[in-house]
Design a protein around this ligand. Structure first.
Ligand SMILES: Nc1nc2c(ncn2[C@@H]2O[C@H](COP(=O)(O)OP(=O)(O)OP(=O)(O)O)[C@@H](O)[C@H]2O)c(=O)[nH]1
Length: 349
């Protein structure tokens, strides 16, 4: 019997844009669809997986959530993604839809190209690529702020053929999009949102639709069912890297670095968060996420920093057999001084 191809939606966007938040909302409003979720995270604490498993949505049970943790999905397509998809497709109870969350540092292009591999192409099609944008970060010039610095470096170093790594990745993720979600509009006024729209549009030659959102609240019917078949159009969405290295050099993530900090219990979370903000600003840390043990509290404290904007809330009870502890993933550019950041965060406790 000829089976219909399963649609797969790829959700991408820079670190902290709101991908996990949007997917959580989607799972809770999936309208009876059974969704399998593949999550890829940079940094090895599995925070996104935890957040999504904890959402208890019927559309996607814990068994339907698969975490790919061996690095960014764009670099582990053959070793990780293809075998995972093959296994998923062999299941008796196949999902109605597959949702893939890339890491915030992943290039979507190699992942989408993988849908043209014979063993995948016959069974799955890319319903659409959705790129989530942190509108507040764009408005703050996060992806455009160091032209001068990069130009100066380029003069010094002939081998430097990149724009700023943030800017390049931001544009590559936009270039891959069938739909762009301008998220975090709650942090801007109407004129600010319009300016972000213009800025985003100016970064890409293609003109995918753009919608605005707060807390990733977008109807499932808008996100799922785009019906594009993006794998057939991937040649028109080349990344900077592909354009520069048509001879097929490997892409890597040398420009970014991540490490995990283990800390003692945090007795005064508010003061810790305030001091953490200072550390992030001083060392230009891009993203911090993880959880903290607050003495006397039955729940663990989730900490989410995107630049110096830090959210924290008591998320869930420590599970039976789980050791209480404080662990944070820190992500920054590769020239971030790891030892200094570790010391400063430890001193902030
Ligand atoms: N103010 C505001 N905060 C948001 C919005 N959407 C998400 N956030 C917060 O932004 C932080 C990052 O959100 P995530 O959904 O984890 O972002 P992500 O894109 O999955 O992050 P990575 O997986 O690290 O790339 C969290 O603290 C969210 O609560 C929004 O629309 N407005």
């Amino acid at each position: 019997m000829l089976q219909q191809k399963i649609p797969a939606t790829v959700i991408t966007g820079f670190l902290g844009a709101g991908k996990t938040t949007m997917i959580r909302n989607l799972l809770q409003n999936a309208g009876g669809k059974r969704i399998a979720l593949i999550i890829n995270e940079f940094g090895d604490l599995g925070v996104d997986g935890d957040v999504l498993k904890g959402c208890g949505a019927e559309a996607c049970t814990e068994d339907d959530i698969i975490e790919l943790t061996n690095g960014c999905i764009c670099c582990t397509v053959a070793d990780d993604f293809i075998p995972t998809m093959s296994k998923l497709l062999e299941r008796e109870n196949r999902p109605d839809h597959i949702v893939i969350e890339t890491s915030g540092l992943a290039l979507p292009q190699p992942l989408i190209a993988a849908f043209n591999w014979p063993e995948i192409k016959t069974q799955v099609t890319v319903d659409g690529v959705i790129t989530v944008v942190d509108s507040a970060a764009v408005a703050a010039g996060r992806f455009a702020d160091d032209h001068d610095k990069v130009d100066a470096l380029r003069v010094e170093d002939d081998n430097l053929d990149h724009e700023s790594p943030l800017e390049e990745l931001f544009e590559d993720q936009l270039t891959a999009a069938d739909l762009i979600v301008l998220n975090k509009t709650d942090l801007l006024d109407a004129a600010g949102v319009l300016a972000v729209r213009d800025e985003v549009a100016s970064r890409i030659a293609r003109k995918p639709s753009m919608i605005e959102a707060k807390n990733g609240e977008v109807a499932a019917a808008v996100l799922l069912g785009l019906g594009v078949g993006t794998e057939d159009d991937i040649a028109n969405r080349k990344s900077h890297h592909e354009l520069e290295h048509e001879n097929g050099e490997e892409h890597d993530h040398d420009e970014f670095d991540s490490f995990v900090v283990e800390l003692p219990a945090i007795a005064e979370p508010a003061a810790f968060i305030e001091r953490l903000k200072g550390v992030i600003a001083e060392h230009d840390v891009l993203r911090v996420k993880g959880f903290a043990d607050v003495p006397g509290k039955p729940l663990r404290l989730l900490i989410q920093a995107v630049g110096t904007r830090i959210d924290n809330y008591f998320e869930r009870a420590w599970a039976a057999g789980e050791t209480r502890g404080t662990r944070l993933v820190v992500i920054g550019l590769h020239d971030m001084d790891e030892q200094a950041v570790r010391a400063a965060i430890a001193a902030a406790v």
